[in-house]
Write a protein that binds this ligand. Sequence first.
Ligand SMILES: NC(=O)c1ccc[n+]([C@@H]2O[C@H](COP(=O)([O-])OP(=O)(O)OC[C@H]3O[C@@H](n4cnc5c(N)ncnc54)[C@H](O)[C@@H]3O)[C@@H](O)[C@H]2O)c1
Length: 335
Amino acid sequence: MNDKEKFRLGVIGAGIFAEANHYPSLSTHFFDDVERVAVCDLQLERAERLAGKYGWKKTYTDFKAMLAKESLNAVIVCLGGKYHPDVVPEVLERGLPVFLEKPSSIDVAGTLKILEASKKTGLPVQVGHQKRHGLAYERARAYIRDKEKFGNIIQIESKMHGFTVFPTFYTCMLEWQCHNLDLMISFGGQITEIEAKSFRNSDRTGALTAMLRFESGALGILGWGTYGGPGQFAERIEVLGDKGRGVIVTNARVVTFYDEEVGETWTSDWNPISKNQSYMFNGYIPELRHFIDCVKEGRQPVPSIEDEAKTMQYLAEIATKAGIPIEWAPVSSAL
Ligand SMILES: NC(=O)c1ccc[n+]([C@@H]2O[C@H](COP(=O)([O-])OP(=O)(O)OC[C@H]3O[C@@H](n4cnc5c(N)ncnc54)[C@H](O)[C@@H]3O)[C@@H](O)[C@H]2O)c1
């Protein structure tokens, strides 16, 4: 496609989460270069309602028909981990890059199936861990990237409290704390050792602490579990360097930079020109923009399905070491 042509996008999935985040994000001025071509959902009334509300031209109930009829440049898939491994390879095999909402699957095998299809077709799959692209986390990453001043990361402490509505402990980890693990990896790199303990006070609830070692040798600690919410952003991450500097991100909004002498706190006072600035802060607009730019420029987006395959394996290892059964059960975003 040349620079003047619009980027033709399709979406498979018009459920609660996509309605709350993807569709409104894509209708902001950040996506003026995108043509909102078609929406597909098994429930036609959902597809029609969202297409009408957010200006998408066509609706489908069969995604294969949508891919055959519309000349798309890429597709967003947002269905649920149970369905992703069956749908995403079909999209890739039809020659289209995919933005895939998390979780990529409900188990490691499903994620590996998508990874294999991505490798076979040579097409990218970006996974929707929006926090990586959130404004506060990007700000922290920029501070750390100045290696001369920050030095090497020596330790990362992170917490992301869960909430008790999840039907199993592992569902809470897979659907929610997967974001926190992706963030840890985005700061610390790949993980080589995992220790984990849990305190379970019922079949599906409890607390979890895990200790990690990164490839660099740095240590990580994370506090999860199913209590501590339900504040949607009950999260905090602190990254320490070996030159006396550190950075703390609180609730995806406030960043504290410090060295041995002084600390400074940053929080945005910029109001993005979009209906809801949380789409910017939380990373929904930036992650989708990143995906489209990467596809246009032939770059590999992050986190990729390769990254996600490792994250899924670490998640399963944390659960196994903590004695939490790897059992997923359906959960709705209408919590
Ligand atoms: N990034 C985040 O922070 C975050 C938060 C919440 C949910 N999510 C994720 O969003 C995804 C969707 O969750 P939800 O609660 O909106 O689910 P949902 O059940 O409300 O929506 C899923 C939609 O997919 C449709 N669908 C299923 N199979 C289909 C197929 N083969 N073809 C076309 N349509 C099909 C269903 O009809 C439904 O409308 C899940 O993967 C969930 O984990 C992400």
